[in-house]
Design a protein around this ligand. Structure first.
Ligand SMILES: Cc1ncc(COP(=O)(O)O)c(C=O)c1O
Length: 371
């Protein structure tokens, strides 16, 4: 039965060049990595690895239950306090992924009395959060502050949340945070900013909300992932303590999910401490990004990602495979993972890329792009 049901769908995807396949990484392969999100290059740092290993020995391999039962360790609370202080926020709450942090905060704030206004380029987790929300959802054109203001001004709902990312995950451009925050404040709305690609990268690592002077404002809420610059897994919601208390009581992805495992918490905490001890790492990410952008004639992006538009999905996969065969791992992003239907090679920079590695990668990608 499933063959008849799913077979034609698989054929249709294949014809359009949109089939996704898993490629297992070999341990210790020596490819130059421009596809992962390990922006600070800390996932193999001995201090981070040792912290994770020590946490396993101290706390065991799993967190054993929901955060509300036995899943909160002293490590979870330490991470929440240190990350909140680093980001300039009053409080933080750790979820078991960035995806769940977004689902958890949006659904806990939403409902029939809340209007959600979401930028058209936001990540799938925020799209899904809106779908789950039981709120009226309005999608606005990318970075269009006037469209946000109009919807806020004309709403009937008492509450409203404006949803955006600080650094967008495919184009690596930034949201107009200062204007969005001022507009949200003017119309008594909240601004929710996903800093998945900002933490550890923008604002000298503290993120774009901090850099814009918006951290700690009581109408600004931030989400982060621990899976990118923090070299681990997990997600976080940061904002006023009253929000944290509300999430603990009302956020279903927090309440009905096993707490983040202690090794992941310890790794993220160690990565955060390395970042604070070595504050030049974010500048190294920007230097590598600028070099990649210049090589491929892409305007210098605000974040750590350089996306190269491609003629279509087939060409994108072919170019990525060529790079892989020649020692360079790059991302191949195709619909529906791109906001405008344009397939792209997606290159991510990290703080540990050497000049030599960048030269080699650029040369190989240029060859892959040559018709
Ligand atoms: C903007 C954005 N938000 C949220 C997520 C989800 O984070 P996680 O991988 O921790 O679930 C990602 C990445 O995967 C992302 O790019």
């Amino acid at each position: 039965m499933l063959t008849e049901w799913l077979g034609p769908k698989a054929v249709a995807l294949e014809t359009r060049g949109l089939t996704r396949r898993l490629h297992a990484r070999a341990a210790g392969d020596d490819l130059i990595d421009l596809a992962g999100n390990d922006y600070l290059g800390l996932s193999r740092d001995s201090r981070v690895i040792e912290a994770a290993a020590e946490a396993v020995c101290t706390w065991g391999t799993g967190s054993t239950a929901s955060r509300l039962v036995t899943g909160t360790t002293a490590l979870h609370e330490e991470l929440e306090q240190e990350l909140a202080a680093y980001a300039g926020q009053e409080s933080a709450l750790v979820f078991s992924s960035g995806y769940l942090a977004n689902l958890g905060v949006v659904t806990a704030l939403a409902g029939p009395g809340t209007l959600l206004i979401s930028d058209e380029h936001v990540h799938a987790s925020l799209v899904d959060a809106c779908r789950l929300s039981r709120s009226r959802v309005e999608i606005v054109p990318h970075n269009d502050v006037d469209a946000v203001a109009k919807l806020l001004a004309e709403r009937n709902e008492r509450h409203a949340v404006v949803i955006t990312e600080s650094i967008f995950s495919v184009l690596s451009d930034e949201a107009p945070l200062t204007d969005l925050a001022a507009t949200a404040q003017q119309y008594e709305a909240l601004l929710l900013v996903d800093e998945a690609h900002g933490l550890g990268v923008t604002g000298n690592g503290h993120g774009s909300v901090h850099a814009a002077g918006l951290a700690g404002q009581d109408h600004v809420v931030v989400t982060m992932t621990l899976s990118k610059a923090m070299a681990s897994q997990g997600g976080v919601v940061l904002g006023p303590s009253v929000l944290r208390d509300h999430l603990i009581n009302r956020s279903r992805p927090f309440i009905y999910d096993t707490g983040l495992n202690p090794a992941a918490v310890a790794a993220a905490l160690a990565a955060l401490r390395v970042l604070q001890a070595e504050p030049n790492r974010p500048a190294a990410i920007h230097a590598a990004t600028a070099r990649l952008a210049a090589a491929f004639d892409v305007p210098p992006p605000a974040g750590p990602i350089v996306s190269i538009p491609m003629p279509g999905p087939h060409e994108t996969v072919r170019a990525a495979n060529f790079c892989h065969t020649n020692g360079i791992r790059v991302g191949s992003f195709r619909p529906p993972s791109v906001p405008d239907n344009i397939s792209r090679l997606r290159l991510t920079a990290n703080a540990t890329l050497t000049d030599l590695a960048l030269t080699q990668a650029i040369r190989t990608i240029q060859t892959a792009l040559t018709p």
